[in-house]
Design a protein around this ligand. Structure first.
Ligand SMILES: O=C(O)CCC(=O)C(=O)O
Ligand SMILES: [Fe+2]
Length: 208
């Protein structure tokens, strides 16, 4: 099992899930696992330490960080696609994450079954980009996943709800957009890594 890599998700689903997905979520015990940090801000364990370690290692090894990918409020980031991890991450979203959003907010109908994600890893460092100013995500809802510990500061500040989400390594936060403008608080020591997924309905304005 220890020889499995992040890319083996297609060939060996059971062993892959056991190695990389947190217990509770992996077993479908969603009701047991979800905390509500504040109004419509949810948090649950999603990944194991092995996942977090390997995904950060891959990003740092490839070193494809960008600083101007978004026109507004750019992060220092790399698309999971550019790490070769987009298909794997999409499968995780599809299997474990979108069903949680649909259940919480009663999102029914086929439009909510066909979500596109923009997933990227963002990095904050005391001597590089330390913060992200308050903004709206261009999405229906967003997932953010903490990937490490050993930094100081950081966290997602929801200005209207006055809540700081700062998920531990492997924990995923879920919030809807429009009502939840937010920003990344300064990382004052060390490096903070997160994966952010902007989730959009592919056919938002189509009838039926
Ligand atoms: O740093 C954070 O926690 C928030 C990141 C974020 O809001 C974004 O990338 O859109
Ligand atoms: Fe954001």
């Amino acid at each position: 099992m220890q020889d499995l890599s992040l890319l083996d998700w297609r060939d060996n689903k059971d062993a892959w899930t056991k190695k990389y997905i947190a217990p509770g979520i992996r077993t479908g015990d969603v009701d047991l696992m979800i905390d509500e940090l504040g109004p419509d801000i949810y948090c649950f364990p999603l990944f194991t330490d092995a996942f977090c370690y390997e995904v950060v290692e891959q990003a740092e090894r490839l070193g494809k960080w960008t600083t101007a990918r978004h026109e507004y409020y750019p992060t220092t980031d790399v698309l999971l696609q550019d790490l070769g991890l987009a298909d794997m991450y999409h499968q995780v979203m599809h299997t474990f994450c979108h069903p949680i959003a649909r259940k919480i907010w009663r999102l029914e109908g086929r439009h909510w079954e066909d979500m596109v994600e923009e997933s990227f890893m963002a990095r904050y460092r005391s001597n590089e980009q330390v913060l992200l100013s308050v903004h709206q995500d261009y999405a229906d809802y967003t997932f953010t996943v903490g990937l490490n510990s050993g930094f100081e500061g950081g966290g997602t500040w929801f200005v209207r709800q006055k809540i700081l989400g700062n998920p531990k390594s492997g924990y995923c936060t879920l919030f809807p957009c429009i009502t939840h403008p937010h920003g990344g608080r300064p990382t004052t020591k060390g490096t903070r890594y997160i994966v952010v997924s902007f989730c959009r309905r592919r056919h938002l304005y189509e009838h039926g």
